[in-house]
Every structure is written in C-alpha cells, then in structure tokens.
Design a protein around this ligand. Sequence first.
Ligand code: SF4
Length: 321
Amino acid sequence: MENRNQHPISIRLKVTETCPWTCKFCHKEGGWQIDDVTWDTDTRLAMERLMRHAHVSEVHYTGGEPTVLNGLGLLTAGLRGMGLTVKTTTNGQLTPAKLDRLYGSGLRSFNFSMHTLDPHELSGIQRHMGVEAARLAISLQQAAIQHAVNIGAQVKINTVISGAQDAGRAVSIYEYAKRSGVLVRFLNDLNKGQTAIDVIDSICRDQLTATPVWYQQKPGTSATTTYYRDNDGYEFGVKGIRRCRIPALCAGCRETCTEQFYGMRLEKRDGIFWVRLCLRRQDDKSLMPLADFVRSDQLKQILQVTQSGVQTGTQYSELAN
Ligand code: SF4
C-alpha cells in the first residue's frame, strides 16, 4: 500500500498521442497534434525548469498510450537520473518482457485503465475493435497486471463510472482487483456530474457494504480520493473532485467547469514544451509555452494554493464533523 502521507508536486507529461485503442469517451488530455517526447537536451532542460520553478518531483506519463512510445525506457532512465519519480497510466497492452524493461529503466508505478472484463462491452466502447480483438486485449491487460504485481511494481486499477448501467461491470472489476491484491479506484465520469457520484456512492455503500475510512486530497489541485474498507478489510478508492480555482486562470471563466484545477500538464508541439492548465480551454491563460509559464501569475498562485492547501491522511469521520 502506498504511503498516503506523501504528496509530491506532480506533472502529467503527455508523451505521445498514439494509442492502439479508440475509446469513444477519450478526452485526449486536452488535445492532440503533439510531438512524441524523447530523452534529449530539450526534455532535460524543461524538467530542470519545472523542478526549479514549480518544485515538480514527480512525472506521470499520459497520452495517448505511453507504453507505445519508442524510447520510453530511455526517457524514464533520464528522468529518474534527475531524481524524479516516474509513474504511468496505461491500458496494459504490453508484454511481460516489455514491462520488465520499463521496470528496469525505473518506471515502478502503473495505473491500469480498465473499462470492463467483458469483450462485448469493450468492443462496444471502442470505435474500431471487434469482439475477438477485445477478448485478446482484456487477457493481455490481465497478464500485464499480474506480471506487474509479481515483479513488485506499484499497481492500481482505475475504472470510470458514468451511471447506473456501469454498476455491474464496476463490481466485477472490484472483485477482480480484490482477488489480485490490487487497489482499485472508481473514477466519476466528469461529464455526468452528480449522477456518476451518486451511483458510485450507492455501489460502495449498498452493494459492497463498504465504509469510508480515509480521505486524501492532493494539495494545490482538485483531486481527492476517499478510501473505503469492505467487510473483508479490502481497501479501495473513490476519486473525487473538490473546488479548486486558480484566479489567474479561472477568473471570468464561462466554461462549465467539470474538473476544476486538476494540475499541470506538459506537452510538446512543434518542438516547444507547453503547459496546459485546463482541459476545457485553449487560450493564453490556460495554455502557454513553458518559458512563459515559469514566470506567470498562474504558477505563483498554484504554488500558493499548494502550500496552503495541505490536508492529507485525514480520518474520514473527522471530516464529517
Ligand atoms: S473550466 Fe478551467 S479555467 Fe474554467 S473555472 Fe474550471 S478549471 Fe478554471
């Protein structure tokens, strides 16, 4: 189990837009037309800037599917050599041998995005994937999860819940994770608002008869996790979103805000590193070259919120009072 009281400042690094899957709900982390990120002088200088100015100590790969990036091992080894912790989200379409190589390069934490254990369902949420291909994809994913556990990696399974129709598959994934000794986290579909939150609440309390025991929030971001414990003592998480606004970014915003300020995202386009602060906007307050970001009011305020917003490892019952 991870140490819940460590909260590094993390950046989501969009390493590639390539992905073998075509999930209909993919938000593309804010948009494509990005370059692949490789380990080179530009990347090292960008990370040095982020470490110095934004106190970043953790890089979380996203995409696209990070594990399809050529050179991900070299990138990881380079970032690890700078003292950064490196984690990834993945759909788990990688062989045990590839997983071993990535682990060996210093990538020790894998968040597997699992949609379903049913090939028909997986095929249904993909734009282009037949049922047999979906069956193979699910077995590849399960083999990768098992292998990651066996080699001692930190493993989590994330699954998104939109509404009541997802309850059955969410419980199946919870049972699979419990059997495998892996932490599962339910994520509410941001586009479904309170509906998804209510469904997750009902699954946890009524179907799984679990009790909330810990609440955790990432300082300086909207990300929260409530940890539940079931009758067998198995703990699992429910990701949530709290109100978190950055005035230099959010003042006067007219968007329907579903994610609040979730954290910094880094992407490379036309050879330049850009920082993206909001998935719903694409203007000079929310998307700027890294060179401008490190001097921006947005960064000053993010650091202020980060320093003032620490509330971690709190017993859930204390919060309720
Ligand atoms: S949509 Fe983005 S910019 Fe607007 S309030 Fe929400 S986090 Fe801030």
